[in-house]
Design a protein around this ligand. Structure first.
Ligand SMILES: Nc1ncnc2c1ncn2[C@@H]1O[C@H](COP(=O)(O)OP(=O)(O)OP(=O)(O)O)[C@@H](O)[C@H]1O
Ligand SMILES: Nc1ccn([C@@H]2O[C@H](COP(=O)(O)O)[C@@H](O)[C@H]2O)c(=O)n1
Length: 669
């Protein structure tokens, strides 16, 4: 996951390959609650691991559920309709799929509970559900604003519940209110039928289908009359199915369906294959494929896979009732930028009460890209954005995972503008590795590189590693490659001399090198410390002066240039290896400061060192590096010079980040 302040997506050029998506959030949290309410052990396969499932799991553990993990399998010992802890203060983040169903279940289970979440959760309505539960006889108080969490639930007498008349709940604000009642009310159906009636037009019906489907898997056969009346039969009891598999998230699939529909195919790949969800899905958002087809995508499907390719191009404009696919429909709003006319997405009032007011959010962020957008209480119209009119934009994500994910598709714009996603970690709600998954199937014409070159011990590695962390970029410490080549040379019994140039180059070309969690492995041997001695530095300097060795290591260095970008440090990053890098920094410090830093560094690791010797060594190394015939150490013509003799590490980092920001085209709004 990218936990950076922002993530810059360079202009993307094409897509192709296979993605396997994480489990469905809607199914995961429903299954967790049902498994907790049932008696016996439920084995859940491929449960989503995300913020929303984590808060549900933590709450269930607080209520006394025993949970155990074995790889991708989670086991839950059900509570059998009884909580072990009758008092708890539960934090539910921004997970509507936890807040609403737990409110209903805890109201019926009996106990003293407080349910709270993040500030946005306290702005998301729950009054219609609370009204239904209060009408039933459950004592629930608002601890903040009436109609919204946080809530306090006090013990109710199940025997005294008002079940003679149907329980009435509004269906036109959020379908989660009805889901919550359906999941919880079997607790009260021991000796009578329990009837729920929906008031108003029920929105997001496919989510109710998921609820009914999963209830059936847990032994509860709800009788449905139209979408107005639901009866939980007398004697209903949660029965664990033993083993249950969570299919991949169909809403998450929408970004990759959109990707396949609009991205030019990569050579050798036949569009995008999505694994884990397909035509057998019980999720309503699988119908997104119909919308994508209407826009021109070619979609083939099997029981648990989808193949998506670009069909009509530009995409075709649509006018669509999106009530059945409210979450996935956000993806359509970004796809609309690539359509042949304005796209109207209707019946999406529920967007206004989600993680953020999604209609306002989408309108504001689409505007930043340069688009013309109109909206109303329950619709949005997005006009296509022709070539020549795209603006590089920093997309505010409102702590809304779907805003972050769907706007990544804007990086395919014809003007080749990069897109900045602010607070990219918000995708942790449902798809923590979204961007990594995206990068595994897309290609950019130009992956940005930030080069840091300079003499020994100037702090290049320290600076470059921190920059990579802050930008979410890959990191290449090119000196390591020469150090390992030097070590391999010694291990092969060779002197690092021109006489052995061809043999050393052969060794360098085939280095069995692997980087693993900060360690450097040479054919499975951890050589991290062995290559860091001053002698190893000298050997590296000697082999690096051999032209054939440098050529042998060029391809390996280029292979580090992967999305979303690279920070590379060394001696010739800006001059030879990545001459097109948009920012090159030449980092220096006085020999005195550098020797002192290296001395401190070695002493802190318990390695004895003499300051004067270190200084002589580093000056000798710099002289050799600067005077060799190929790729000598020198600033690139367009490098920015930074002498950090009197700068702290943080000051150096901030200076370079400042230059980096200046080199980017984004205006922050
Ligand atoms: N601005 C700075 N102020 C003080 N110390 C620094 C500064 N930058 C780096 N250092 C320290 O100097 C030492 C050498 O830094 P680093 O290893 O990053 O240098 P380098 O240029 O990558 O060296 P080499 O060329 O040998 O790979 C480290 O202990 C680091 O913490
Ligand atoms: N791009 C590079 C990087 C390094 N070298 C040589 O390797 C030696 C060790 O590098 P460190 O950065 O790890 O100290 C260095 O002295 C150079 O001779 C290089 O040539 N090109």
């Amino acid at each position: 996951m990218y936990a950076t302040e922002f993530l810059d997506l360079p202009a993307l050029a094409g897509a192709g390959g296979t993605v396997r998506l994480p489990g469905s959030k809607s199914i995961s949290n429903r299954v967790l609650l049902l498994a907790a309410l049932a008696s016996g052990t439920t084995e859940i396969h491929d449960l989503l691991d995300s913020d929303d499932t984590r808060v549900m799991l933590e709450s269930l553990a607080q209520l006394g559920c025993t949970l155990s993990r074995d790889g991708a399998v989670l086991r839950i010992e059900g509570l059998g309709g009884q909580v072990k802890q009758r008092q708890a203060d539960l934090f539910l983040g921004n997970a509507g799929t936890a807040m609403r169903p737990l409110t209903a279940a805890l109201a019926l289970l009996g106990g003293d509970f407080q349910l709270r979440g993040v500030p946005r959760m306290h702005e998301r309505p729950i009054g219609d559900l609370v009204d239904a539960l209060v009408q039933l006889g459950c004592p629930i108080d608002y601890l903040g604003n009436p109609g919204y969490p946080p809530l306090r639930i006090r013990p109710a007498q199940v025997s005294a519940l008002q079940l003679d008349t149907p329980i009435r709940v509004r269906g036109d604000v959020s379908s989660q209110f009805l889901t919550a009642l359906l999941l919880a009310l079997p607790l009260a159906a021991g000796n009578r039928d329990v009837v729920i009636e929906v008031v108003g037009e029920l929105i997001s019906k496919p989510y109710i289908e998921i609820t009914l489907n999963l209830l059936a898997r847990f032994g509860i056969q709800v009788q449905r009359e139209e979408w107005r009346r639901f009866t939980i039969p007398q004697g209903s009891r949660y029965v664990t199915p033993g083993r249950i598999h969570v299919e991949a998230d169909a809403s998450s699939a929408s970004y990759f369906i959109g990707l396949g529909a609009l991205a030019a195919p990569l050579p050798g790949a036949n569009g995008i294959r999505i694994e884990g969800v397909g035509s057998d899905s019980i999720q309503g958002d699988i119908r997104f494929i119909d919308a994508a087809r209407q826009m021109g995508a070619q979609v083939d499907s099997g029981p648990n896979w989808l193949d998506v390719r670009r069909g009509a191009w530009p995409l075709k404009a649509i006018d669509l009732d999106c009530n059945a696919i409210p979450d996935a429909a956000m993806t359509l709003a970004v796809m609309a930028l690539y359509a042949d006319g304005p796209c109207r997405l209707r019946n999406i009032a529920s967007w206004r009460v989600k993680e953020t007011d999604r209609i306002d959010a989408m309108e504001a962020e689409l505007h930043k890209l340069g688009a013309t957008v109109e909206s109303g209480p329950d619709f949005i119209v997005v006009h296509p954005l022709p070539a020549g009119q795209w603006t590089p934009a920093a997309i505010h994500t409102y702590d809304d995972h779907r805003v972050a994910m769907c706007f990544s598709l804007a990086a395919f714009n014809p003007d080749r503008r990069p897109v900045r996603i602010l607070d990219p970690k918000c995708v942790a709600k449902t798809f923590p590795d979204y961007f990594e998954t995206l990068f595994s199937v897309v290609a950019a014409d130009e992956v940005p590189v930030l080069c840091v070159d300079g003499p020994t011990a100037s702090g290049k590695g320290t600076l470059a590693a921190e920059l990579a962390l802050r930008l979410g970029y890959h990191y290449l410490d090119s000196g390591t490659l020469y150090r390992v080549a030097g070590l391999a040379t010694r291990r092969a019994g060779l002197e690092p001399e021109p006489a052995h140039e061809a043999a050393i180059a052969d060794l360098a070309r085939a280095l069995p090198l692997c980087f693993d969690a900060g360690r450097v492995l040479l054919a499975d041997e951890d050589v991290t410390d062995a290559i860091r001695t001053e002698a190893a530095g000298m050997d590296a300097s000697r082999v690096s002066a051999l032209p054939a060795v440098r050529t042998a290591l060029t391809e390996l260095q280029h292979s580090f240039r992967r999305l979303p970008g690279l920070v590379a440090d060394g001696r010739d990053m800006g001059t030879v290896i990545f001459p097109d890098a948009p920012l090159k920094v030449y980092l220096t410090a006085s020999a005195e400061h550098r020797a002192e830093r290296r001395h401190k560094q070695l002493i802190s690791k318990g390695i004895p060192a003499i300051l004067a010797d270190l200084r002589a060594d580093l000056e000798a190394r710099d002289a050799r590096d600067s005077n060799r015939s190929v790729a000598p150490l020198k600033p690139a013509q367009d490098a920015r010079l930074l002498d950090n003799s009197f700068l702290s590490i943080d000051q150096s980092v901030e200076q370079v980040l400042d230059w980096w920001r200046q080199a980017q085209p984004f205006e922050t709004h």
